[in-house]
Design a protein around this ligand. Structure first.
Ligand code: NAD
Length: 254
């Protein structure tokens, strides 16, 4: 097996593509998972264009059979996996808690928490066959701080950090590290949607307000997020486990 082979979920999103590209630069083999064919292909293509090997796979992370299928594909390709970027997520609706729609709550929790949980269950098998293996669950600074107007998102990301800690302890005997990556706002389509959703047509003002909330007065770049994600997926000491690692310009330190 290639030293670096593994699975990326949400591979066609902004973070997924940036991470697939960086994994490709490292010559990694990737199964690029996303909910649509087009998105999965985008992740795979980013990896291949950068020099890696990849195949696209369509899977809905909320569906156990789909999740088992991508883990099974890793086994049939490589017999094992060295990394798992458990990254697919959605922002949910933007609304005050008192009027937050219950169906939007259910959907955000399904993708952001059930999806991460099912991924951990399914990928533990292929990962434990590798000598050293690393999991990164994408949480958020929203898992560390309050998230006005984004109750489901914040609750789901707090839960991902809790689940990360449990997985780190339970998977430690298998030689698998499990960490939660917690970016602050990133220059990304997701933030553009959130800015529009919270602001009633004043997206630019919302952008500035979010920036002011960050001690460094700017969002993270996708390159910064991909750098840290790939370090945690391929290079970090295996002894680093169970941590919520913030990349947030100081936001969670305040
Ligand atoms: N963008 C930010 O500012 C930011 C900040 C902190 C954390 N995050 C987290 O980073 C991760 C990636 O976010 P992004 O900015 O790339 O968002 P994005 O919307 O660009 O990408 C998310 C990807 O997940 C996929 N996806 C959604 N539902 C799915 C499902 N049921 N099954 C499979 N795939 C599904 C989407 O198709 C999309 O390609 C998310 O977990 C997000 O919460 C993002």
């Amino acid at each position: 097996m290639d030293a670096f082979a593994g699975v990326v979920t949400g591979a066609g999103g902004n973070v997924g593509v940036a991470v697939c590209r960086r994994l490709g630069k490292r010559g990694a083999n990737v199964i690029a998972v996303d909910v649509s064919e087009e998105a999965a292909a985008r992740g795979a293509q980013a990896c291949i264009a950068a020099g890696g090997t990849a195949e696209a796979m369509v899977a809905d992370v909320t569906q156990e059979a789909s999740v088992m299928a991508y883990a099974q594909r890793a086994v049939s390709l490589w017999g094992q996996a060295a990394f798992f970027f458990n990254n697919a997520g959605i922002e949910g609706s933007e609304a005050p808690l008192l009027s937050y729609p219950a169906d939007a709550w259910d959907r955000a929790l399904a993708v952001n928490l059930r999806g991460v949980f099912l991924g951990l269950k399914a990928m533990a098998g292929p990962l434990r066959h590798a000598d050293v293996a690393r999991i990164v669950n994408t949480a958020s600074v929203a898992g560390l701080c309050a998230t006005p107007m984004l109750a489901a998102y914040g609750a789901s990301k707090h839960a991902v950090i809790g689940l990360t800690k449990t997985a780190a302890v339970e998977f430690a005997p298998f030689g698998i590290s499990v960490n939660a990556l917690c970016p602050g706002p990133i220059e990304s389509d997701m933030m553009r949607r959130i800015e529009a959703g919270v602001s009633h047509g004043e997206a630019e003002a919302a952008h500035r307000a979010y920036e002011q909330n960050v001690p460094m007065h700017r969002y993270a770049t996708l390159d910064e997020v991909a750098d840290l994600a790939v370090y945690l997926l391929l290079d970090a000491p295996i002894y680093l486990t169970g941590q919520a690692i913030a990349l947030d310009g100081g936001m969670s330190a305040v």
